[in-house]
Design a binder for this molecule. Structure first.
Ligand code: GRF
Length: 200
């Protein structure tokens, strides 16, 4: 069984959706470790309540290289096959990425390459787009930039606030993250340039 390492910083609803899909058998994988960089991350308590291996590695005040090395060590100790960033609010160092080549995914609440970075839903609203959504992508050293595995689109409604738009997008995040994880774990894909395509 393939082993997931899930990295969170806060609420952890994407982590929970993945855990639900694992529990129901819809996603054939196991959660080897959940790591939070903030002790107050709500997802940490949820992970513990579910009886999962949940580890807090506080990042505050630590040098990026030093911190990333401790996270990599924890992931390796748990024999993680795929690293899933789920609201993990940190840029990964080159060394971290090299430790898991092609084996780190992230979810972002916009149709990348539109609106990378913070407050993507607010950015979409203020820009005035009529459609937004979410993206699961491989992680490289740039912010929200690696090859795209899956996307889902949602309408932006005239009376949307950042909260209502976020909720509509989140529903799709919870669906496509597990789908993307399943695809990547299956190995049935190839990457051509930036394109993630079905394996031949
Ligand atoms: C999600 O919107 C995700 O796309 C972004 O951060 C948010 C995390 O939410 N990267 P949660 O912690 O999974 O509930």
């Amino acid at each position: 069984m393939k082993r997931l390492g899930i990295l969170i910083s806060g609420r952890g609803s994407n982590f929970e959706a993945i855990a639900d899909h694992v529990a129901s058998g819809a996603l054939d994988a196991e959660i080897a470790v959940v790591i939070a960089n903030r002790p107050e991350a709500r997802g940490l308590a949820t992970a513990r309540a579910r009886g999962l291996n949940a580890v807090c590695l506080p990042s505050k005040g630590l040098d990026r290289e030093v911190y990333d090395q401790s996270v990599v060590a924890e992931l390796q100790r748990n024999h993680v096959d795929l690293v899933c960033l789920a609201g993990f609010m940190r840029l990964l160092s080159a060394r971290f990425i090299r430790a898991f080549p092609g084996r780190i995914l992230n979810i972002h609440p916009s149709l990348l390459p539109a609106f990378p970075g913070l407050d993507a839903q607010h950015q979409a609203l203020t820009h005035g787009v009529k459609i937004s959504g979410c993206t699961v992508h491989f992680v490289d050293e740039d912010l929200d930039a690696g090859p795209i595995v899956l996307q889902a689109a949602v309408p932006v409604l005239d009376d949307d606030t950042a909260d209502t738009l976020s909720a509509r997008i989140l529903e799709q995040e919870h669906r496509i993250y597990s789908e993307a994880i399943a695809l990547v774990l299956s190995g049935r894909y190839r990457i051509e340039g930036r394109r993630v395509l079905p394996a031949r």
